[in-house]
Design a protein around this ligand. Structure first.
Ligand code: PMP
Length: 296
C-alpha cells in the first residue's frame, strides 16, 4: 500500500471548473464544510479508461447535494464531462474517482444560505479495498456499536460526509479487534450495511439483502441484484434481523471500492466462501469492463 500522503500526489485536480496542479487544490481552514459537515461526495471506479455507471453516480451527487439544501452550480452533464476529462488527464485506465461538493467560506455559522457551493474531482489509483489475500477465505466483520440513523434524524439516503463519522468510528473499532470492517445495524436493530458497502446473504440458493430505507442504496447493490436476476436467482429485499445470521450459508459485501467481496465471518458467525459469492464477483468484474457495457 502506498504511503504517499493524499495532498502530495501527482497530477491534476478539477477544481471549480479548472484543472489545476494536484498540490494547489486547497481550501481555507474557515470552510463551512469542515466545521458543519456541509459536503457530499461520490466514489466511482474507472475500468479500462471508462467510469462505470458515471451517469448514475453523477445524478446521485446532485441528489445528495439537494438533500443537504445545496445547489451544485453546474449541469449534471458538465460534471460527467469533467470526470472524463480529469481521468484522461491523469492517464489512468483503472482508477478511483472522487467528486466532492462543499460549502465554502463566505459565511461561518450554522446558517450558510449564501455560501458558494464548490466542486472538485480527484482521481487516483486504488487497487483493492480489502486485502486480496482474504478473497479466498472472506473478510471478517465486527458488529458495530454505532447504528445507522433514523431518516428523521439525519439525511440518511444522501452520500453526505457527516454520515461517515460513525463509519470511521466503527471501522477503527473493528480494525483494533483484528476485523477488516464492521456490519452496522440500523436504528431499529435490523441489519443495515457495512461502513462503505452494502451486504448480501445466501440461503437455499436465494439472495437476501436489507431494504435500503435508512442507508445508501448502492449502485453496486443495484447492479448485483440485476446480475443475479439475469441468472434467475431470486433476490429477497427484506427486513433482516441479526438473529438470522446463524441460518445464512454465505455472505458478501458490495460497493464501488469493495466491488464484490466475500465475507467469512461476522462477529462469531462463520460463513464459507461459496459458489454464488464467487459467481457474482466474476459477473460483476465482467460487467464493469467497458467492452461489455458498450455491447449492451
Ligand atoms: N454504503 C456506504 C456507506 C458507502 O459508502 C458505499 C460506497 N459508496 C456503499 C454503501 C455502496 O455504494 P456504491 O455501490 O454506490 O458504491
Amino acid at each position: 500500500m502506498s504511503v504517499m500522503p493524499f495532498d502530495q500526489r501527482e497530477g491534476v485536480i478539477w477544481f471549480n471548473g479548472e484543472l489545476i496542479p494536484w498540490a494547489d487544490a486547497k481550501i481555507h481552514v474557515l470552510t463551512h464544510a469542515l466545521h458543519y459537515a456541509s459536503a457530499v461526495f461520490e466514489g466511482e471506479r474507472a475500468y479500462g479508461g471508462e467510469i462505470f455507471k458515471l451517469a448514475e453516480h453523477t445524478q446521485r451527487l446532485f441528489d445528495s447535494a439537494a438533500m443537504l439544501d445545496m445547489k451544485i452550480p453546474y449541469k449534471v452533464a458538465e460534471i460527467e464531462e469533467a470526470c472524463r476529462e480529469t481521468l484522461a488527464r491523469q492517464g489512468f485506465a483503472n482508477a478511483y474517482v472522487r467528486p466532492i461538493a462543499w460549502r465554502g467560506s463566505e459565511m461561518m455559522g450554522v446558517s450558510a444560505q449564501t455560501t458558494k457551493i464548490n466542486v472538485a474531482i480527484a482521481i487516483w489509483q486504488w487497487p483493492a479495498y480489502f486485502d486480496p489475500a482474504q478473497l479466498e477465505t472472506g473478510i471478517k466483520l465486527d458488529i458495530a456499536e454505532w447504528r445507522r440513523p433514523d431518516p428523521k434524524t439525519a439525511p440518511a439516503l444522501a452520500k453526505a460526509v457527516g454520515l461517515y463519522m460513525i463509519c470511521t468510528l466503527s471501522k477503527h473499532a473493528a480494525e483494533r479487534k483484528g476485523f477488516a470492517d464492521a456490519l452496522m445495524l440500523d436504528w431499529r436493530g435490523q441489519i443495515a450495511e457495512c461502513t462503505g458497502a452494502n451486504i448480501f446473504f445466501v440461503k437455499d440458493g436465494e439472495l437476501h439483502t436489507p431494504v435500503p430505507d435508512c442507508f445508501l442504496d448502492g449502485i453496486t447493490r443495484r447492479t448485483v441484484i440485476e446480475l443475479a436476476r439475469r441468472r434467475q436467482i431470486t433476490v429477497n429485499e427484506r427486513v433482516i434481523w441479526p438473529e438470522e445470521l446463524i441460518g445464512f450459508e454465505q455472505c458478501f459485501i458490495v460497493g464501488t471500492a469493495a466491488e464484490v467481496t466475500p465475507v467469512g465471518q461476522i462477529g462469531t458467525y462463520k460463513f464459507p466462501v461459496g459458489d454464488l459469492a464467487r459467481t457474482l464477483r466474476a459477473d460483476y468484474l465482467a460487467e464493469v469492463q467497458p467492452t461489455k457495457v458498450a455491447a449492451e
